[in-house]
Write a protein that binds this ligand. Sequence first.
Ligand code: TYD
Length: 201
Amino acid sequence: MFVSLEGIDGCGKTTQAGLLADALGDVALRVREPGGALAAERMREILIDPDLPLDPLAELMLFCSARAQVVAEVIRPALDEGKVVVCDRFSDSTVAYQGIARGLGVDQTRQACEIATGGLWPDLTLYLEIDPEIAGTRTDGGDRFEGEGLEFQRSVADGYRLLADSEPDRIHVLDGSRPQDEVAADVLAEVEEVRRQVAER
Ligand code: TYD
């Protein structure tokens, strides 16, 4: 089974990915994006460096490149082995950040993701929704995207909402402003439910 956690910077998804992987035990494999494989981690350094000018299209392609590598090297083999892959961000990040907030377009970015992943999408995506102003107090503003400021994060949040509304079966929205353990309990319950459905298929 393949589950991704999504949200704006500071929404708490990295903490939740860790708690979920711990709760699932040995069957879980935790991956972060961009990154998760040696070459993809190198690409990550370029992608988050706020001092390195990067054209939006080059940014999109590099996110897709990093994803192609981690899918081929890590995610597909783990899914074939029957693992539960817990991904801290996946293609929905690209559609929300590059497609919507950067303005490259939903269709174009979705197509780029399809090519990069060979059409792989998560069985379940949990979007941790939070007010961008609250989330902003939880980040240090240090990377390329955090440094874009509140308006950018607002448009990423609007983007995620649009995606969640257009694919309600796959993308489930959780209130990320609640205490960590409450969010974690919901995350685990959602994953167990979809895991049962996937096993019955
Ligand atoms: P992330 O590792 O989640 O940052 P952090 O752990 O500091 O919250 O992601 C790095 C940044 O990359 C984040 O600001 C979101 C952005 N991003 C995109 O713009 N597009 C993408 O496809 C992905 C995966 C991330």
